[in-house]
Design a protein around this ligand. Structure first.
Ligand SMILES: Nc1ncnc2c1ncn2[C@@H]1O[C@H](COP(=O)(O)OP(=O)(O)OP(=O)(O)O)[C@@H](O)[C@H]1O
Ligand SMILES: [Mg+2]
Length: 333
């Protein structure tokens, strides 16, 4: 069991207040993703959990024990970073065995643990190779294997896929999500600024901005019921259409939001009308970019190859119950 409870946590560097009154309850075995823009404090929060950073205020409990002053090595935690920093002169096996050797495990125990981890990560056939003879994704798996062999209660990942190309990221994303099934008792916290990773991997997402937790919820809760304008704009790709001024006033709010897939093209009774500026035909979907007289283009998603010509004037209507309305403070109306 490795519940993590964070209460009124604060972190400052000198007079720079980086994390502000963070409260989080993470259940044992959960896959939690911290997401937010660059500099919002994701890595700092992860590092305070690992013990690599001290806490300025509040408490951090792991498995029911306050660990504010417990050394990183005594917290039952393993961390995987963006730069996986394998030892270049050691084979895959030795890289994975290193921490166990230091902890004085027997040769037999080390062999068993490394082979079991290699099997989970499909690295068995690479155990004798040096890191330079591996692909980026394989190296990242070794870095994960190195953490798995230590049998951590809590697994922390800080943007582990950001050095990989798009196709490999998708593959590794699935593999890391698969780890959840293979290590059901392990609590995982994963930092990313990629909201697609957050949506696809998390049991629950924690959205951070300026060191403050904006919202915590399942991916679909955040997607369907954003509790602020910030979360509405941050979660979802393409970004939610957000309109102000007269466009919003007619819906009695300061900002009105509608996702591109929640719009129908209509001949009568349109909520918005505009000229088609550009279309993107992706095969499965078409994205239509409309100029409705707002600064930003309005994005409409249609299934398949939508027969809409550039310069055509079209009207669109929000599907029932899909509008998001926000007040001048960015809170839902
Ligand atoms: N040692 C330090 N001294 C002073 N300020 C720091 C220190 N480390 C981090 N910060 C500041 O704390 C804030 C949060 O940094 P952090 O690395 O947690 O951001 P992040 O959300 O992980 O961003 P990114 O997505 O770019 O990795 C930043 O404004 C950063 O400049
Ligand atoms: Mg970071």
């Amino acid at each position: 069991m490795a519940d993590i409870k964070i209460t009124n946590l604060d972190k400052s560097y000198g007079n720079v207040h980086v994390l502000k009154d963070i409260n989080l309850d993470i259940k044992s075995g959960e896959f939690i993703v911290f997401v937010g823009p660059s500099g919002c404090g994701k890595s700092t929060l992860l590092r305070t959990i690992s013990g690599l950073e001290t806490i300025s205020g509040g408490t951090l409990e792991i498995a029911g024990r306050v660990v504010n002053d417990v050394a990183p090595s005594k917290r039952g935690i393993a961390m995987v970073f963006q730069s996986y920093a394998l030892y270049p002169h050691m084979t895959v096996f030795d890289n994975m065995a290193y921490a166990l050797k230091i902890q004085k495990f027997s040769k037999q125990e080390i062999k068993e643990k490394v082979e079991a981890a290699a099997d989970k990560l499909q690295l068995t056939e690479y155990l004798k190779r040096l890191p330079k003879a591996l692909s980026g994704g394989q190296r990242q798996r070794v870095a994960i294997g190195r953490a798995i062999v230590r049998d951590p209660k809590v697994f922390l990942f800080d943007e582990p896929l950001s050095n990989l190309d798009a196709a490999l990221r998708v593959k590794m994303r699935m593999e890391i999500a698969g780890l959840k099934e293979q290590l059901p008792g392990t609590t995982m916290i994963y930092v990313t600024h990629d909201q697609v990773e957050a949506m696809t991997m998390a049991d629950r997402i924690v959205v951070l901005k300026d060191g403050i937790v904006q919202q915590v919820g399942t991916p679909m809760e955040l997607y369907e019921k954003p509790q602020s304008l910030f979360v509405a704009g941050f979660i979802g790709s393409p970004k939610m259409n957000l309109l102000t001024g007269a466009h919003a006033a007619k819906f009695d709010c300061s900002t009105v939001g509608i996702r591109s897939e929640h719009l129908d093209i209509v001949n009568k009774g349109a909520d918005w009308e505009g000229e088609v500026v550009h279309t993107e035909i992706l095969g499965s979907d078409t994205y239509i970019y409309l100029n409705i007289g707002d600064e930003e283009l309005f994005v409409v998603r249609q299934e398949g190859n939508a027969p809409v010509k550039v310069h055509a004037k079209i009207g669109v209507k929000a599907k029932e119950g899909r509008l998001h309305r926000f007040d001048s403070e960015g809170k839902p109306v």
